[in-house]
Design a protein around this ligand. Structure first.
Ligand SMILES: C[S@@+](CC[C@H](N)C(=O)[O-])C[C@H]1O[C@@H](n2cnc3c(N)ncnc32)[C@H](O)[C@@H]1O
Length: 303
């Protein structure tokens, strides 16, 4: 069962109110969306997800609400501008990004995200896109693979792993998550296997970020989302990776400097101890929030 992360903290910081319109950029299984809808009805929730399977889970969960109060849209959040102009939406009162993947994506071996089980090396959140982890692992130059593992996965054995991939694929294509997991296990030192996380965790994470262009999309989408936030509206970002958190922090800082945002979380909020016990996935979560205090078109007060 998928558990939404930091629910109370999100409600507290997003502060959704009756009658408002809220944009949930990563609707996933619909957990946060459902909580938000309870607060805003008769308002409206716009839920985006690039994963069709996620949207069907959300659809089931949200079916208890009046269908006119929400829309679930199969889109990448980088396309907020297009979605809004198509649906005649200008401003929203709140925006939520709950990044990464959900546990039902991770737990389904067929999707290729998981180091457990065996499945095709896919890792696409959006099945409409053509690039898969198979393409990266089998077709990309070895030094580029190394670079991805190092920069997105902070993998200290990036060179060794990339070289092993290069050797093995000369003989046979690397087609499954099981094959990749074994290659990483064999090319990293024995002591790596005694660590808390599996030796292939960072490799899988790095490939997933690259396949889905996660960091580029986030940076681009945050700026657009802030543009569509009404003055007084709030934005919350939950991240699970230091590079994502850095993007959120820097974007908030940039808009703070131009006096468009007030940052509500000096340091990111972390889940409670209780939550980390009940839901281990929440352990690495960081929540940042900001409030829009001035519109982009308003001139700065110079006196
Ligand atoms: C952690 S889950 C969200 C869980 C959700 N908040 C809940 O309570 O159930 C993240 C979701 O974001 C989606 N996602 C990731 N990147 C996306 C993007 N660029 N555009 C749209 N959806 C994205 C994933 O497909 C996944 O379903």
């Amino acid at each position: 069962m998928h558990k939404s992360v930091m629910c109370e903290e999100v409600l507290d910081l997003l502060n959704p109110k009756k009658g408002q319109t809220i944009l949930d950029c990563t609707v996933g299984g619909g957990g946060h969306a459902s909580m938000i809808l309870e607060r805003i009805l008769p308002g409206r929730l716009i839920g985006l997800d690039q994963d069709e399977e996620a949207l069907s889970v959300a659809k089931d969960l949200l079916s208890k609400f009046d269908s006119a109060s929400y829309s679930l849209i199969h889109e990448n959040y980088r396309n907020i501008d297009n979605i809004f102009s198509r649906d005649n939406i200008d401003k929203v009162d709140g925006v939520l990004f709950d990044l990464g993947i959900s546990s039902f994506q991770l737990d389904n071996a067929r999707r290729g995200f998981s180091i457990k089980g065996d499945g095709p090396l896919d890792m696409r959140m959006d099945k409409r896109s053509s690039l898969t982890a198979y393409d990266l692992v089998n077709r990309m130059r070895v030094d580029e693979i190394e670079n991805i593992l190092r920069s997105f996965g902070e993998e200290r054995y990036a060179r060794r792993i990339a070289r092993s991939i290069g050797e093995i694929r000369k003989r046979t294509p690397i087609a499954t998550t099981g094959q990749l997991r074994e290659i990483v296990e064999r090319s990293t030192p024995a002591k790596y296997k005694r660590y808390k996380i599996h030796p292939a965790t960072r490799t899988f994470l790095a490939l997933r970020i690259a396949v889905n262009h996660e960091l580029e999309h986030l940076e681009y989408a945050l700026e657009i989302a802030i543009k569509h936030l009404a003055v007084g509206g709030r934005i919350c970002v939950i991240s699970f990776h230091s590079l994502e958190d850095r993007i959120a922090k820097n974007e908030f800082r940039r808009f703070k400097q131009s006096k468009i945002l007030k940052v509500l979380t000096k340091k990111p909020l972390r889940p409670s101890h209780r939550e980390t016990i009940e839901n281990p996935r929440s352990r690495s979560a960081k929540l940042r929030a900001a409030e829009k205090i001035k519109s982009e078109d308003e001139p700065e007060n110079i006196i």
